[in-house]
Design a protein around this ligand. Structure first.
Ligand code: 7PJ
Length: 287
């Protein structure tokens, strides 16, 4: 392959995910403010329809999250998180046979989601919670390890790095990979994410994307999430509902710098932007 990335078939429970080209992960938030509050049944139905739409638009994965990790967000208990996430995971697996990833740091949520048929774990805390390494190892599922310093509640207070941000991120991820391997996780089931917007200034985020090739040295598939984030808002001075063009530009650049999974809200437009970028990059490979 052109970019020296590892063998690209990821085993995600019953699903196989071909990462020989860049794929889209659609975001499905199931925090109480994300769907209409007409009761549990209505909320579940809304979540299913939204997921169905994202799959029809070309999402390969649906990322279900029940904890808000936005800057300054309040923590939720594993019980609350499980109450939000479990019915949705179960329905997406049963009714849509979707490849579901669960955006969680809680070992309880990892265990229960795996039992319900989820195919991937996406942990913004990179399995640093007590028991998370063991729960993830036991699940046998792929895990996305993301870089963040501190906790969502305080991470944006004054992000500061002693070394260039891409080096700090690479060192952190390398250490987390080592911890995972020591806990029995298989290297071919690990993915890495620089964690755009997590304990980073806008300058850190821009530099990290620009230098993302540094992370390819770790030889694991890269996942990135920049959709609608404040780095777009700050550069373009756009509110959250006007950040799609900026996000598509970032997605194209991320693919060019080796990203293989893009975590996005706007699936259809992102699939087109990514496929167009990929077509150009492939043209350079045969000559
Ligand atoms: C990310 C995430 C990200 C991964 C969130 C938001 C904040 N998981 N979960 N990477 N961001 N892997 O979507 O604005 O960047 S929640």
């Amino acid at each position: 392959m052109s970019d020296g990335q590892p063998a690209p078939l990821l085993h995600c429970g019953r699903h196989r995910l071909d990462l020989s080209y860049p794929r889209v992960m659609g975001i499905l938030n199931v925090t109480p403010d994300s769907f209409s509050d007409g009761g549990r049944h209505v909320a579940l139905d809304d979540a299913l329809r939204r997921a169905e739409q994202m799959l029809a638009e070309g999402a390969a994965i649906i990322d279900v999250g029940g904890e808000s990790t936005r800057p300054g967000a309040a923590p939720v208990s594993p019980r609350q998180e499980l109450d939000r996430v479990a019915p949705v995971v179960e329905a997406l697996v049963r009714e849509l046979d979707a490849l579901v990833s669960v955006d969680t740091s809680s070992p309880e949520v990892m265990r229960e989601s795996a039992a319900l048929g989820a195919g991937m774990i996406n942990d913004v805390r990179a399995l640093r919670r007590d028991g998370a390494l063991q729960a993830a190892a036991h699940s046998g599922l792929p895990v996305c390890l993301m870089h963040m310093l501190g906790e969502p509640g305080d991470m944006q207070v004054a992000p500061h790095y002693e070394v260039p941000v891409e080096e700090a991120v690479a060192d952190f991820l390398e250490a987390r990979v080592a911890a995972c391997l020591a806990a029995g996780l298989r290297p071919e089931r690990l993915l890495l994410d620089p964690g755009f917007g997590f304990a980073k200034t806008v300058e850190h985020n821009l530099r990290l994307l620009h230098r993302m090739e540094r992370l390819q040295a770790l030889k694991l598939p890269l996942l990135v999430g920049m959709s609608r984030k404040s780095m777009i808002g700050k550069v373009l001075e756009r509110p959250v509902e006007e950040r799609l063009p900026g996000g598509l530009a970032l997605a194209a650049l991320a693919v060019e710098r080796g990203a293989r999974i893009l975590r996005v809200h706007d699936v259809g437009p992102s699939v087109d932007a990514i496929n167009m970028t990929w077509a150009v990059l492939q043209e350079g490979c045969d000559s």
